[in-house]
Design a protein around this ligand. Structure first.
Ligand code: DX5
Ligand code: ZN
Length: 221
C-alpha cells in the first residue's frame, strides 16, 4: 500500500475553510483529517457537526473524523451522515469500545482505533480483526503544533508487527508533530498514513511538503 498524507484542518485558516480544503486537495493530500475535541476527553474544544456539515460538500477526497470525545457512540451516526468515510475513536474514550467499533462498521464507515501515547499497543489486539485503521498518537491529543514524542516510535513498530501478523490490510496512522524531520522516522517504523496539520498548512508550497511527508522527496526544508 502507498503511503498516504492526511491534512488536519485544525491548523488551517478557519476564516476560509473552503479555500484551505482546495489548497490541500490541489497539493495532492489524500485525506482530510477532521479533529473533533469536546473539552472533556481533551481540554480543548475544536469544531464539530455544524462545521463539517458546511464544509463536507467542498471536500472531494475521503474524510477521516478523529473523535477526541467522550461517549463517542452517541455521535458516530451523525458523522457518518455528514459524509465521514472513516471514523477514528479513542480506546480511552469509553468503557465499551467494542460497541462503538461495531456501530461504525454498521454505518458503512472505515473503522479506526486511536491510542494515546501512554496506552499500550497490546490493548488494540483484541479488536484487530474489526479494524481498518490504527492511529498511534505521537503527541498527547488535544492541541496542534506540539513536538513529536520519540518514545512513540517503538509503538509504531509494534503496531506494524501486529498488522503484519494479522494478514489484514490495516492502515497505520500517526498524528502529532509530523513534519519533514519526523516523517522519515515514522515511515521507517511502519506508519503508512501521515496526519499533519501545522507543517502542511504553514507551508508556502504545500505540494512539496506533501511529497516530503510521503517520502517521495529527500529534500528537507
Ligand atoms: C492533535 C490532533 C492532530 C493535530 C496535529 O490532538 O489530533 O490531528 O491537528 O497537528 P500538528 O500536525 O500540528 O501536530
Ligand atoms: Zn487528529
Amino acid at each position: 500500500m502507498d503511503n498516504l498524507v492526511a491534512a488536519s484542518l485544525l491548523a488551517s485558516d478557519f476564516s476560509n475553510l473552503e479555500r484551505e480544503i482546495k489548497r490541500a486537495e490541489l497539493a495532492g493530500v489524500d485525506w482530510i483529517h477532521y479533529d473533533v475535541m469536546d473539552g472533556l476527553f481533551v481540554r480543548n474544544i475544536s469544531f464539530g457537526e455544524p462545521v463539517l456539515k458546511s464544509v463536507s460538500k467542498s471536500i472531494s477526497i475521503p474524510i477521516d473524523a478523529h473523535l477526541m470525545i467522550t461517549d463517542p457512540i452517541r455521535y458516530v451516526g451523525n458523522y457518518a451522515m455528514l459524509g465521514a468515510n472513516g471514523i477514528t475513536v479513542h480506546y480511552e474514550s469509553t468503557p465499551d469500545i467494542q460497541s462503538v467499533i461495531a456501530k461504525i462498521r454498521a454505518l458503512g464507515c472505515k473503522v479506526g482505533l486511536a491510542i494515546k501515547p501512554a496506552t499500550p499497543v497490546a490493548y488494540i489486539k483484541p479488536y484487530i480483526s474489526q479494524l481498518d485503521m490504527i492511529l498511534i498518537m505521537t503527541v498527547e491529543p488535544g492541541f496542534g503544533g506540539q513536538v513529536f514524542l520519540t518514545e512513540t516510535l517503538s509503538k509504531i513498530t509494534e503496531a506494524r508487527q501486529l498488522v503484519n501478523e494479522s494478514g489484514r490490510e490495516i492502515r497505520i496512522q500517526v498524528d502529532g508533530g509530523i513534519n519533514a524531520y519526523t516523517a522519515p522516522m515514522v515511515l521507517e517504523a511502519g506508519a503508512d498514513v501521515l496526519v499533519s496539520g501545522s507543517y502542511l498548512f504553514k507551508s508556502d508550497e504545500m505540494r512539496r511538503a506533501v511529497n516530503i511527508l510521503r517520502g517521495k522527496n529527500s529534500e528537507i526544508n
